[in-house]
Design a protein around this ligand. Structure first.
Ligand SMILES: [Cu+2]
Length: 358
């Protein structure tokens, strides 16, 4: 690395200081390798809003710099450089011979676990993957690569597809680029803006909820919309998330017409949480991540909703189906809570209040 004469270093520092005090973007030093941070996703759990994007989505760095991706949501994401290899599926069949599996679907190990080049030194020519990241316990929360070649390198989230993609533009050290601090500040501003625009989604979704239908037997059929998406913005909520009903009423949960994400409608009734994946030991390799059949398939379908046992829709999947789940309210009263098994930590919880009919 070429050393700068001491006087020019002072000049550079003076210019940087002047730029900083004028509020101008500070340019990155070309003299030493730097680490840039990219935040993976954004969310506001209290509002149930999420943004399926990388912040920044396009990042320019110098050759030799490192990019550190940090997951920023409970929602799961990956950072995956395909490098012209085929896009792997998120969910695949269990590998033969079947171990003691109670269901046939697993999270693709190629997606679930990290694939990184030796020492994290990446020339852009091979498949590189963070594994499934989330701020929920037990998941990797960060991934880093040091870029050794100039060029533009595209990556995407295997969970959310090409809607959530990013690129790293690697340039020669002589090119002036924004500093890591300037990049992070701008990323935070973009997150604030995007989450603010997601705030309006609940109101929009609420205006699309079908009117209750009054049935000849005196009961009412209510509709609750599940999720709402607008481009990269996702609403992880039931709409309305609070509903007053009577015993004998029907509640129909419907994936909203714009919703992009799979969800469940699940009444745990005080029972243990049902996890999305069940790790099955498979030595000497990593565990097999079994997609929990209790998440995939309905539990107590067609039964009256009561306070005993679990009631669950199974996986409601846009474009694949099923897309709705309905049941009648049994002879209960008071509040009864429910959630989406995939997105409860993202704020996707709801409440029915059952009041006696008079
Ligand atoms: Cu959900």
């Amino acid at each position: 690395m070429k050393k700068l004469p001491i006087y020019s270093l002072r000049v550079i520092l003076a210019v940087l200081f002047a730029a900083a005090s004028l509020g101008m973007p500070i340019v990155a030093s070309a003299a030493s390798a730097q680490t840039y941070t990219v935040l993976v996703g954004a969310e506001n759990v209290a509002r149930g809003t999420g943004v399926m994007a990388y912040f920044p989505s396009t990042l320019t760095i110098h050759v030799g710099d490192t990019v550190l991706w940090k997951v920023n949501t409970h929602e799961i994401h990956t950072v995956t450089f395909l490098a012209r290899t085929p896009e792997p599926l998120l969910i695949v069949s269990a590998p033969p011979p079947p171990p003691v599996l109670s269901g046939p679907l697993v999270i693709n190990p190629l997606v679930a676990f990290p694939t990184a080049p030796a020492g994290g030194m990446y020339d852009g020519s091979t498949y590189a993957n963070s594994g499934v990241m989330s701020t929920d316990p037990g998941n990797p929360t960060q991934f880093s690569l040091t870029f050794t070649q100039t060029g533009t390198f595209m990556y995407e989230c295997i969970v959310h597809g090409m809607m959530m993609s990013g690129s790293i533009v690697v340039v020669r050290p002589s090119v002036r680029i924004p500093s890591p601090a300037a990049v992070s500040l701008k990323a935070q501003q973009t997150i604030t803006q995007k989450l603010a625009s997601a705030f309006g989604l609940y109101g929009v979704a609420l205006s699309h909820v079908p009117e209750p239908v009054h049935n000849p037997d005196g009961s009412t059929t209510h509709t609750v919309l599940v999720g709402w998406s607008k481009g990269q913005l996702d609403l992880m909520k039931f709409v309305p998330s609070r509903l007053v009903v009577h015993p004998g009423d029907t509640v129909k949960f419907m994936l909203s017409p714009t919703n992009d994400a799979p969800h469940t409608v699940t009444f745990l009734n005080g029972g243990a949480d049902i996890s999305f994946v069940l790790p099955v030991d498979n030595p000497p390799g990593p565990p097999i991540l079994l997609f929990n059949p209790q998440v995939l398939f309905p539990i107590n379908p067609g039964k009256l909703l009561t306070r005993s046992g679990v009631f669950s829709s199974g996986l409601l999947q846009p474009g694949v189906g099923p897309t709705s789940y309905s049941f009648k309210i049994g002879n209960i009263k008071g509040n009864i809570a429910y959630q989406c098994l995939l997105h409860d930590t993202s704020g996707m919880v709801g409440l029915l209040t059952v009041v006696p009919k008079h």
